[in-house]
Write a protein that binds this ligand. Structure first.
Ligand code: HEC
Ligand code: HEC
Length: 380
């Protein structure tokens, strides 16, 4: 009795077939999973923006898991999955480009030298993007594993790098698609189809590799161990107190007196000079009379000065510490607030249940704490 030919053996068992299994299920799942994760990350990052941060972070985690898997599978996968099968020497790349320019087509079953360079470049770029994104998340939003270690300014720098690399990645993806289209046309074969079902025709003759067996159990075990250990490490680091985040608790007198008519605005949302000027004229307080006793004012001045925006490193305190140029004392007149909310139609602020710009809590579930994290923005 003939033994059935095992699938996904990297071409070793396909001698009797007219096709060769080139892309095993591990490579294909990686490829299309990564495609989906990068699409979600690009859409949420470039188009939707900060209100989709939760999805953006989920996509980033998926990219991380996919890259970790690909690295392990590049060492333990079957023939054409292995990095060794497409680790060309520079001379091979030069020769390949020369052939291309001269119009000579040489068929490769796995990645050709230029395609291989693109694979390594994409894996490198994705790793750098995830690292820069984690730095930005920790420094600017005080979230994630690095939130205890990075300043806001470092985070901003990292965000710039993250964005620049993301644009570069899109350009690389475009080049990758162009390369696939060109090679499909040159070689008259469907390379996209091959990445879907895994097989390529045996003919015409191609640059093939000696079959190497895969070690799927070991690979899965290593990736799971790395992800679990990494997850535990990230969770432990993310538990450390964030640097420069104001405490959520308010002074009881402030909470009672200044929370009587509106949200008791967390003191980290304005500079000390603004609070001093508000306290200096409570009788004419934005059209209301909010007069307090002299002792209460003195008490509040001391507490507000010690808790004002300049003391903290959080995003809201950086955004809102520059007062309005026209001398307005409103948080909602500061250049930072206006810039951040410029895309929201005025009608949203005028309508139920918001009614006024200063009703932060209508859209920010965590307004009371002063955190204002993007994941807790809900538009009414
Ligand atoms: C008697 C009611 C009342 C009390 C008490 C009161 N406020 Fe106000 N406050 C108002 C009103 C009314 C506005 C204007 C709201 C608007 O137009 O958005 C306002 C606006 C503000 C704003 C500007 C919001 C913006 O648009 O950016 C700040 C800051 C503020 N109050 C701080 C305080 C502080 C600090 C205290 C305590 C010392 C206090 N308020 C107590 C009624 C009050
Ligand atoms: C009508 C809803 C609404 C109101 C009211 C509102 N915001 Fe926002 N806020 C948003 C939205 C939406 C965003 C995200 C903007 C974007 O997509 O870039 C945002 C973003 C922010 C951010 C940046 C969050 C981050 O970490 O990226 C801060 C800080 C902020 N708002 C502060 C305030 C403060 C302070 C008030 C009240 C004085 C306020 N907002 C009132 C809707 C609102």
């Amino acid at each position: 009795m003939q033994r059935p030919a095992p699938l996904d053996a990297g071409g070793s068992a396909t001698a009797s077939r007219s096709v060769v299994r080139v892309w095993d299920v591990g490579v294909r799942a990686f490829h299309w999973g990564l495609f989906a994760a990068v699409a979600v990350a690009a859409l949420t990052g470039f188009v939707i923006g900060r209100t989709a941060l939760a999805w953006h972070l989920a996509a980033g985690l998926m990219v991380t898991a996919a890259v970790a898997w690909r690295v392990v599978w590049g060492l333990l996968g079957p023939t054409y999955a292995r990095f060794g099968s497409f680790a060309y020497r520079p001379a091979d790349v030069v020769a390949h480009v020369r052939d291309m320019l001269a119009g000579r087509h040489r068929r490769y079953l796995g990645h050709n030298p230029l395609g291989a360079m693109m694979v390594f470049a994409l894996l490198g770029a994705l790793t750098a993007i995830v690292l820069a994104g984690t730095l930005a998340l920790g420094g600017m939003l005080k979230q994630g594993p690095l939130r205890a270690f990075l300043s806001y300014d470092t985070g901003r720098l990292a965000l710039g790098v993250h964005k620049a690399l993301a644009i570069l990645l899109l350009v690389m993806v475009g080049a990758h698609l162009a390369g696939v289209a060109f090679e499909s046309w040159r070689g008259r074969e469907n390379l996209v189809g091959a990445m879907l079902h895994g097989d390529k025709p045996r003919d015409p003759p191609a640059d093939s590799r000696t079959p190497v067996p895969a070690r799927p159990r070991l690979a899965v075990a290593i990736v799971l161990a790395v992800l679990l250990a990494g997850g535990a490490g990230i969770a432990a680091l993310a538990d450390l107190p964030a640097a420069g985040v104001p405490p959520a608790a308010l002074d009881p007198i402030y909470a009672e007196q200044c929370g009587a008519c509106h949200l008791a605005f967390p003191p980290s949302l304005a500079p000390a000079a603004t609070w001093d000027r508000i306290l200096a004229d409570l009788q004419h307080h934005f059209g209301a009379d909010a007069t307090l006793s002299a002792e209460q004012v003195a008490h509040l001045r001391g507490w507000l000065d010690a808790s004002a925006a300049g003391h903290w490193d959080s995003l809201p305190s950086h955004l809102l510490r520059v007062p309005a140029a026209d001398g307005s004392l409103r948080i909602t007149d500061t250049p930072g607030w206006r810039r951040m909310h410029r895309h929201i139609p005025p009608a949203v602020f005028a309508a139920k249940p918001v009614y006024r710009r200063s009703a932060c809590e209508a859209c920010h579930e965590d307004a009371e704490s002063g955190r204002f994290v993007p994941q807790r923005i809900t538009m009414p």
